[in-house]
Design a protein around this ligand. Structure first.
Ligand code: ARG
Length: 459
């Protein structure tokens, strides 16, 4: 089969080379973006008088027909065509004859492929913002239903201070909020058009890049033609944004896995989101969070992979850059898979309030609060810390919790104790004492929920 670039060659491409260098097996994913870019380009060629109007019409018609054939699954993606750009162009020429060969006027595959990637990611980023907002809404929903649920808060995975379960969930709402901001910020760099940069230096035709940008709804065009065809920063930014989203999802996954264990029993994931064991009949495994945790690795890998491809690459286009695609597609699919499942999994998750409460009642996570009580009585914090440390040690030796101690027992450790400590030590009191902006007290968490809901309603 003859190549679109075959003129300079006297020999057929080696079969293995053809297979090794082709990207069609994966860049066919860009078919619609490629055609979208071509439609805008040819419209611009017509508007600038570079192609006559009837050629433009024929080419546009042909491109739409090629798109239809792809939609219907009638288009053959052939390795011999190398990549999606030549596959579409070839199909166009097959469809409308040699006039199809005018489409590539004033354009190179280098600015074309960069344009396709911009178009592709621009769409994905918007979709991911929407998916993250759905997940935030699911978390906010559970937070609202658990505004009275007290759970141990942990540091070092040791019980630290009691908190509202709603407060814990709202921490993730904040994390995903930053992820959304990062995607929205990266959009600014995605929203630039490389087309018109040609192979690297611009083009001899009097094209109008700003017109093409308008057609494709890009906010601006790349300033420098070398940069336009060499830049893959916008993909790195997307991959790093995705890596952080997976970081957050994997942290939440880890907690869900722990919380659904018999040791914790804080939550129960819906049957629809779990799987069983082929041998142990009692098992209900949290496969979805486990896989999300596991797949985080490939998303990190794709980021490091692209950074490594770009490192030390001379300007402008190098074939190495074809390696930008598979990792990006893989990240998009991995993220879609995870986010798609996460929102409904959170929504349907059963929160076992009584188990959480039991855990709070059977620990020393109110210890800081009696230390603070003694501080209120004038004792320096460091001394109060020492007194309560000794009290806790006594409790452990006596197999008791702080609320089990009599006032006389308390007084053995400090004469400053009085019977008001029993109120101070109640988990509700401990939680509500942290009534600082961003703290776990009920009014603060209720306000955080309100802010999150307002933000979600705004978008
Ligand atoms: N398939 C190529 C890629 O993905 C398209 C650009 C090819 N340009 C070239 N000069 N060979 O990077």
């Amino acid at each position: 089969m003859s190549k679109l670039w075959g003129g300079r060659f006297t020999k057929k491409t080696d079969q293995l080379v053809e297979e090794y260098t082709a990207s069609i097996t994966f860049d066919k994913e860009l078919a619609y973006e490629d055609i979208q870019g071509s439609l805008a380009h040819v419209t611009m060629l017509g508007k600038c008088g570079i192609l006559p109007a009837d050629d433009v019409e024929k080419i546009k018609d042909g491109l739409l027909k090629v798109r239809q054939r792809i939609q219907r699954g009638e288009h053959e993606f052939l390795v011999a065509d190398e990549d999606i750009h030549m596959s579409v162009e070839k199909a166009l020429i097959d469809e409308i004859g040699p006039v199809g060969g005018k489409l590539h006027t004033g354009r190179s595959r280098n600015d074309q492929v960069a344009t396709d990637m911009h178009l592709y990611l621009r769409k994905r980023v918007v979709e991911f913002v929407g998916m993250l907002q759905k997940l935030q809404a699911a978390l906010v929903g559970q937070a609202k239903a658990n505004l009275d649920t007290i759970v141990p808060g942990y540091t070092h995975l040791q019980r630290a201070q009691p908190i509202l379960f709603a407060h814990h969930l709202m921490a993730y709402v904040s994390m995903f909020g930053r992820d959304i901001e990062r995607l929205q910020d990266s959009y600014k760099r995605i929203d630039a058009l490389p087309l018109g940069a040609g192979a690297l230096a611009g083009t001899t035709f009097a094209i109008d890049r700003h017109f093409t940008a308008q057609q494709l709804n890009f906010g601006r065009v790349y300033e420098n033609s070398l940069d336009a065809v060499s830049d893959r920063d916008f993909i790195v930014e997307f991959l790093s944004g995705a890596a952080l989203i997976m970081t957050h999802l994997s942290r939440l996954s880890e907690e869900l896995i722990l919380w659904s264990s018999t040791e914790f029993q804080f939550v129960e994931l819906d049957d629809a989101f779990c799987t069983g064991s082929s041998i142990m009949p009692q098992k209900k495994n949290p496969d979805v969070p486990e896989l999300v945790r596991g797949k985080t690795g490939r998303v990190y890998g794709n980021l490091v992979g692209l950074l490594t491809v770009l490192k030390s690459l001379p300007l402008a286009y190098n074939k190495d850059m074809q390696e930008d695609k598979e990792g990006m597609f893989d990240t998009v699919k991995t993220l879609q898979g995870a986010l798609q499942l996460f929102a409904p999994m959170i929504e349907t998750m059963k929160v076992r309030k009584e188990k959480m409460r039991k855990a709070v009642d059977q620990d020393f996570s109110n210890a800081t609060d009696i230390a603070d009580f003694l501080v209120g009585k004038g004792l320096p914090f460091r001394q109060a810390h020492e007194v309560i440390g000794k009290t806790v040690l006594y409790c452990i030796q006596q197999n008791k919790f702080l609320l089990d101690l009599t006032l006389d027992e308390f007084k053995q450790f400090s004469p400053l104790f009085d019977d008001r400590i029993y109120a101070v030590l109640q988990p509700e009191a401990v939680v509500n004492a942290r009534n600082v902006y961003g703290g776990t007290a009920t009014p603060q968490v209720a306000a955080a929920i309100e802010r999150a809901e307002a933000e979600l309603a705004r978008t």
